[in-house]
Each structure stands twice: as structure tokens, then as C-alpha cells.
Design a protein around this ligand. Structure first.
Ligand code: ZN
Ligand code: ZN
Length: 210
């Protein structure tokens, strides 16, 4: 039975399952190309369906049905979330061990149960490993956020400043390459507030209105 434990560990590592949830079980079953079907054992249509597919329903909370053209996991709709989680881990065991759907032996039931136990109870070292790896993504996400903030700040800076320049002690603002600016050393970029203030006027050469 070491094989089942190993299989469960492989899955926990591959999908970084720290605390395997119901969603994780649904995902793993769908990964195996099985469709999850809710059923109500008291409904007539369910019994008609069982009859049609030749399945003898024995009252179990879930079962796997595999045929040439259908792969389905039936799940009783009245189960609690916790029950669904456990039951689906068990059914996943049947699928991965390739048990025949209609006739699971006592041995096969035991195998599925053992697999489910191992899958739902990752050892501490795997849980820690997965939490650490998942946190790596958090760190990466934080880096992306900071980069976006930096770009945003850059953008804000640029929208605060106009594209007009003024020389030291000058009162006219110019385009940067204006021919009449002689003293380029003290050239300073104006903010939009300054451009719109009374202090500065547009240059008559580079900013002459047509
Ligand atoms: Zn079973
Ligand atoms: Zn000018």
C-alpha cells in the first residue's frame, strides 16, 4: 500500500495542496476527465438513469461510472461540504487505481479509502513546502504591485509638469529647443500651475499663436 501513499504525496506536491479542500477534489476529478453529477437518490429520474446505464444503486453516497463514452462521478446532493470532500477523495482513489465501477471488491474499497486518507492528510513537511511555494507567488504579486505603483507615480509626475521651460530669472516660457534661449544651464521645467499663473507668459518666438 506504499504505492497509494506515494501517489497521494505526488498529487499534493504537484498541485501544492496544503489543506486539500472540496474544490481541490472537484478539480482533481475533472483533471481525470470525469464529470461530476449530483444526484438525489429519492428522485425517479435518477433510478431511470441507473437502469439505463445498467448500474445497480446500493445506497452509497457516491460512485464512479465509466463506460466507453461516459466518465462520471455521481455525488449525492444532500451531503455536507465536509462529507463531499471525503467522499470525492475516496472516489478519486477508485479512478486512479482504475477499479471497475460496477464491482468494487472489499480490497478495492480499502485501497480507495487508504488513498483518500493520505490525500486529505498531507504530512507537515509537504504542507510547509506548499505554503512556502504558494507564498512565492504572493511575493511575486507584491513586486508587480510595487512596479505598477512606480509607473503610476512616474505618470503622475509627468502630468504635473508641462513641456514648457523657463530660464533662470526668465518670465517667458519656451519649448525646450527654442532658439532664443541662451542660458540653458539654469533651464527649469514649469509645472502646469506655473504655466497657468500670472507670473509667466508664452515666448513670442517658439509659442507664437498662428
Ligand atoms: Zn468505494
Ligand atoms: Zn521661445
Amino acid at each position: 500500500m506504499k504505492r497509494l501513499k506515494h501517489l497521494a504525496r505526488q498529487i499534493q506536491r504537484k498541485y501544492r495542496l496544503s489543506h486539500p479542500t472540496l474544490d481541490n477534489m472537484v478539480f482533481l476529478i475533472e483533471q481525470q476527465n470525469y464529470e461530476l453529477v449530483d444526484f438525489d437518490p429519492s428522485s425517479e429520474s435518477f433510478h431511470e438513469l441507473c437502469h439505463e446505464i445498467g448500474y445497480e444503486y446500493s445506497g452509497s453516497p457516491a460512485f464512479v461510472y465509466t463506460s466507453k463514452n461516459a466518465r462520471m462521478v455521481f455525488l449525492k446532493s444532500t451531503l455536507s461540504v465536509e462529507e463531499q470532500r471525503i467522499v470525492l477523495a475516496h472516489e478519486l482513489g477508485h479512478i486512479l487505481c482504475e477499479h471497475q465501477s460496477s464491482s468494487a471488491s472489499v480490497m478495492e474499497e480499502y485501497e480507495a479509502q487508504e488513498f483518500a486518507y493520505h490525500l486529505l492528510h498531507p504530512p507537515v513537511f509537504i504542507t510547509l513546502r506548499n505554503q512556502l511555494l504558494n507564498r512565492k507567488y504572493l511575493v511575486a504579486a507584491a513586486v508587480v504591485m510595487i512596479a505598477m505603483l512606480a509607473v503610476g507615480g512616474h505618470y503622475l509626475y509627468h502630468s504635473r509638469y508641462s513641456n514648457y521651460y523657463v530660464s533662470e530669472n526668465g518670465t517667458k516660457y519656451h519649448m525646450r529647443d527654442c532658439l532664443i534661449i541662451h542660458d540653458r544651464v539654469g533651464l527649469r521645467r514649469l509645472t502646469w500651475d506655473e504655466v497657468n499663473s500670472e507670473i509667466y507668459e508664452p515666448c513670442g518666438v517658439c509659442l507664437k499663436n498662428p
